[in-house]
Write a protein that binds this ligand. Sequence first.
Ligand code: RNT
Ligand code: ZN
Length: 417
Amino acid sequence: MESDYSSAKEQYAALGVDTDRAIQLLKKIPVSMHCWQGDDVGGFEHAGASLDGGGIQVTGNYPGKARSMEELRSDIEKTLSLTPGSYRLNVHANYADFSSTGFADRDALEPEHFKSWVQWSKENKVPLDFNSTLFSHPKASGLTLSSKDKGIRDFWIEHVKRCRKIGEYMGKEQGSACIHNIWIADGMKDIPVDRQGYREILASSLDDILSVKISKDYLKDSVESKVFGIGTESYVVGSHEFYMGYAVKNQMLLTIDMGHFHPTENVADKLSSVLMFVPEILLHLSRGVRWDSDHVTLFNDDMKAMAEEMVRTGKLDKIHIGTDYFDGSINRIGAWVIGQRATQKSLLRALLEPSEKLMSYENDGNYFARLALLEAEKTLPFGAVWNRYCEECSVPSDLQVIDEIMNYEKSVTALRG
Ligand code: RNT
Ligand code: ZN
């Protein structure tokens, strides 16, 4: 193993790449893992809560889903123990803990309802990010922030205002800003005639929400677009153009979810443009497959390209890396771990790019050599560097992970009713 790494190190060094440095850099890049892979985006607001409506869907009924906060946290801890790197946890508002307060509706959420998450976060040294939840609720069966019904709209405006307070509380407690993401499913299955009207309402709802000033030291707001969703095939109020414009105008964060664009769009290509006009971005690393935007993230070409662009822009400090996928058809911890490890692999590979050499070929106009080196890079001994990184982070190798997850299934998740 050691000799595999030494030989890999030499081969990369011949191209001007320092593998030790890449490993040390990656150890410090935080990835905000989503909390919702473990229970199919259900949350724990009431017994048997499940994802309902809202343009997203989880398919599959694999046994062993987390049924309580304790089970979910145990699964998250297991996932993190099998994944190298440094972590944050991205919590959704429907994961409020009402055990010591009693139920509160979305427009009555308080920081108190997330106290146990903050405590978990401190114990595990995993800072938190946050999301308003504008789905899985009776008042979210139609439009929310873009609704023409003032009662509905005000309910959701109040919800998001409260979520920002909760995010601020998290940010203060952890000493690093909490990234608060707003995604709504608002849209229409069939052709609307007032495309403009709903967008104007959405903008004014957001203006109202953001009129409450909160220090960026504690909270940073981001808005997430989508090209279409299930049941919103003809029109999504929060389109890319809408939020791109809104984020630029308000100099706030824009969320780029890899599954939220047309399948032939190159999502990686967006980073360098968007980063010129918004201060920071949030990524939802995901994998779109046909109509589903949230398949388990893999170490595939799209992810490699995303990670390359994150590194190549030289703006990693302005990019908040988050993940967003959910699969209920396979072992859920396994799904989680595959996606997190794929994220780490993509980043490591991007950090190992012979960037100086590539750049000098490009600047010389030698596009043949640039292409040839990009091809040569593909057969470099990346696996040996990846294994070394896992060892240094004291996590198992890719193959060991399979047994670890199967054992956890046997001794923990399979015993859940
Ligand atoms: C849905 C969006 C959104 C959700 C989470 C659960 O298409 O990607 O980010 O996945 O809010
Ligand atoms: Zn997303």
